[in-house]
Design a protein around this ligand. Structure first.
Ligand code: NDP
Length: 252
């Protein structure tokens, strides 16, 4: 995959799937604005990309803040001259059964995933429509199919699939592809934190997840990053409005 000359914004790029994606896109030749809630992790990933000969800048960005997201896309254009690729990985969980789920848990998860992605897509389309070129990849989850204790997260992740399909229809005439990637169990800080929260040993949790998965293993951030890179490339230029499950099986 050749992404040389392309410029990417990756939200949640400081850790996990976002960090692997930023590195994968840079490896394929894209300049990357690596954004994360905190400057530190974003800077670390950007520095690692630069150390390998790539182009990257770390940007602090809270995706729940419209001005912060708009400043991020403007920064990518200011630093690298254009914006071609948007990957929205910023995310968190606040799991609880419905009767224990607070308004705050609901709002934070919906605002981070759904509103944050909406802000990022709207800010990016301005540049992409003008250039008549763009690729957006939104990160959904197998939880979109339903998952106990995740009413907020499942709703947001299902909503992102609707957003991807709708934006594919609206932005297709401007040569902009919009797809969603829905990972299953991926070994990151997010899944490690889930294990800690429910009091299960992480290795045991991985073993159980692998046993339930047809490919008999859990995923790594690079498994997801490779598919995202494909959807950011010309190899997938006639694919839009799709949800690609990266889950080791149909449900993960
Ligand atoms: P990580 O926790 O490793 O990375 C998520 C990143 O998003 C963190 O750096 C986090 O920052 C950042 N973030 C959280 N809130 C905001 C915000 N408001 N603005 C900007 N950045 C923010 O998780 P993963 O890599 O596992 O998750 C990446 C995406 O993949 C998420 O959307 C997640 O829902 C999705 N996903 C993950 C799966 C998995 O099994 N791991 C499965 C399916 C989907 P901080 O650390 O400071 O909170």
């Amino acid at each position: 995959m050749d992404l040389s000359g392309r410029v990417a914004v990756v939200t949640g790029g400081g850790r996990g799937i976002g960090a692997a994606t930023a590195q994968r896109l840079a490896q394929a030749g894209a300049a990357v604005a690596v954004a994360d809630l905190d400057q530190g992790p974003a800077d670390e990933v950007a520095a690692a990309i630069r150390a390998s000969g790539g182009r990257a800048v770390g940007v602090a960005c809270d995706v729940t803040s419209r001005p912060s997201v708009e400043a991020l896309t403007d920064r990518a254009v200011a630093d690298f001259g254009r914006l071609d690729l948007l990957v929205t990985c910023a995310g968190l969980t606040r799991d609880n059964l419905l009767f224990r789920m607070t308004d705050e848990d609901w709002d934070l998860v919906i605002d981070t995933h759904l509103k944050g992605t909406f802000y990022a897509c709207r800010a990016a389309q301005k540049h992409m429509v003008a250039a008549k070129y763009g690729k957006m990849v939104l990160i959904s989850s197998t939880s979109a199919l339903g998952n106990r204790g995740q009413a907020n997260y499942s709703t947001a992740k299902a909503g992102l699939q609707g957003l991807a399909r709708t934006l594919a229809i609206e932005l297709g005439p401007f040569n902009i592809n919009v797809n969603a990637v829905a990972p299953g169990f991926i070994e990151t800080r997010m899944t490690r934190a889930t294990a800690e929260r429910v009091g299960v040993d992480f290795d045991k949790m991985k073993e159980d997840a692998a046993a339930r998965t047809p490919l008999r293993r859990v995923g790594q951030p690079e498994d997801v990053a490779n598919v995202i890179a494909f959807l950011c490339s010309e190899q997938s230029s006639f694919v839009t409005g799709q949800v690609v499950y990266v889950a080791g099986g149909p449900r993960g």
